[in-house]
Design a protein around this ligand. Structure first.
Ligand code: NCD
Length: 333
């Protein structure tokens, strides 16, 4: 099985085999985080730059921990600490970083398409850690891994993605990933945040929360993206939460073995009640744990491959699962 792409910019266009490959790889890496000494030498001597132009706790920390557990060196750059604050363009910043020969750049940016732009200007792997309202592929991969782990499969499940779909890169990446893996996706939220046109993306659209949750296997809650809203999408947060906050009552409409996901950060009492967030159906902490494994897999597959290719004098060539085996990397066999 192959993952031949040089970058991870989004889940749109990835095949089910490619997604399975990344999820299987992540599963092998999970065990490293359970060891007393949480480190394998897989990316020793490699450098990973985290370039974050937007606030982040979970995702940046998760990428950093993932890189460190693979023994890579990590550099963290935030927008306020970089020359962007002095007027340098993103491309110039990236070219300068690339000139220092990092082995991967992980980028989060408020503008959709920023990682694609970088990928055209630098020659190391670019990993999209969230670009505007476009994509957040590693988040969707960790969501898929959590669902697969808990449900034993993804194909055939019905997944409700609830809330601010319009501004959500998490919703878009999950939509692409879930449809490719054979799940059904239902977008649930007010018409201002779930426009009718979104049905063209392949999702069913339901505007009522209780109706939308009927018989679903998985509920994925979204945060209201106030920082991306430049209009009035609902009259008040209070009204929004009255209609769309995930309460125990609403959860009762779903299947008995439903699982509840949220990418974080949560706005308790706005889109999700504390009873549900901390309740028995919640797998929110599993998502965070799985995030590290998914990012280890992505870094290993993209960066480790370059190493293998260079040693063979072939540049960045696709390599087979056997050669890229994270299990082998983890055990050192
Ligand atoms: C998400 C993001 O930044 O897109 N959070 C995350 O990566 N943990 C979701 C959000 O901010 O609502």
């Amino acid at each position: 099985m192959l993952f031949a792409r040089p970058h991870l910019l989004g889940l749109e266009g990835l095949t089910a085999e490619e997604i399975d490959f990344l999820l299987d790889s992540a599963e092998s890496f999970k065990e490293v985080s359970e060891r007393e000494i949480k480190k394998v030498p897989a990316l020793r001597g490699r450098t990973v730059v985290n370039l974050f132009y937007e606030a982040s706790t979970r995702t940046r920390t998760s990428f950093e921990i993932a890189a460190k557990r693979l023994s890579a060196d990590t550099i963290n750059l935030s927008a306020s600490a970089s020359s962007a604050a002095k007027g340098e363009t993103l491309t110039d910043t990236a070219r300068n970083l690339a000139a220092m020969r990092p082995d991967a750049i992980v980028v989060r940016h408020p503008s959709s398409g920023a990682p694609d732009l970088l990928a055209r200007h630098v020659d190391c792997p670019i990993i999209n850690a969230g670009d505007g309202a476009h994509e957040h592929p590693t988040q969707a991969l960790l969501d898929l891994l959590t669902i697969r782990e808990r449900k034993g499969r993804i194909a055939g499940l019905t997944v409700a993605i609830v809330g601010d779909v319009l501004h959500s890169r998490v919703a878009r990446s999950n939509l692409f990933g879930l449809l490719t893996m054979g799940a059904k996706v239902r977008f649930v939220g007010p018409p201002t945040l779930v426009p009718p046109g979104f049905s063209e993306l392949g999702a069913e659209i339901v505007w009522d929360l209780h109706e939308g949750l009927k018989d679903v296997d998985v509920v994925m809650m979204l945060r209201i993206q106030r920082e991306r809203m430049n209009g009035r999408y609902f009259s008040s947060l209070d009204e929004y939460s009255r209609l769309y906050c995930l309460s125990a009552d609403a959860v009762a409409r779903a299947r008995k073995d439903v699982i509840i996901l949220h990418p974080g950060p949560m706005n308790r009492g706005v889109e999700i009640s504390s009873t549900v967030a901390d309740g028995p159906y919640s797998v929110i902490m599993d998502q965070v744990t799985n995030g590290v494994a998914v990012r280890m897999a992505v870094l290993y597959v993209l960066v480790g491959r370059r190493k293998a290719g260079a040693e063979q004098g072939e540049g960045a060539v696709p390599i087979a699962l056997a050669e890229a085996s994270p299990r082998r990397a983890a055990t050192g066999e």
